[in-house]
Design a binder for this molecule. Structure first.
Ligand SMILES: [Zn+2]
Length: 69
């Protein structure tokens, strides 16, 4: 597995994806998939929600373009 950049450290790996950040970065960045509540009140990773750029906070909603890392 490639070494994660410093700004992505400390995030559970199953929530990380690589996105094309169209916010301040305007380049490929590591992002954190948002969590949501399931019908029983538990927390699940929302793979069809948004992923937030860990560098600038941009929210990518084009989940078909996310790349698992
Ligand atoms: Zn960004």
């Amino acid at each position: 597995m490639p070494k994660l950049p410093q700004y992505a450290s400390g995030i559970p790996h199953n929530r990380l994806v690589e996105i094309t950040c169209r916010g301040n970065c305007n380049c490929g960045r590591i992002a954190k998939i948002a969590e949501t509540k399931d019908s029983e009140g538990g927390t699940v990773i929302d793979t069809k929600g948004y992923a937030e750029c860990l560098f600038c906070g941009y929210r990518a909603t084009d989940f078909s373009n996310w790349r698992r890392i």
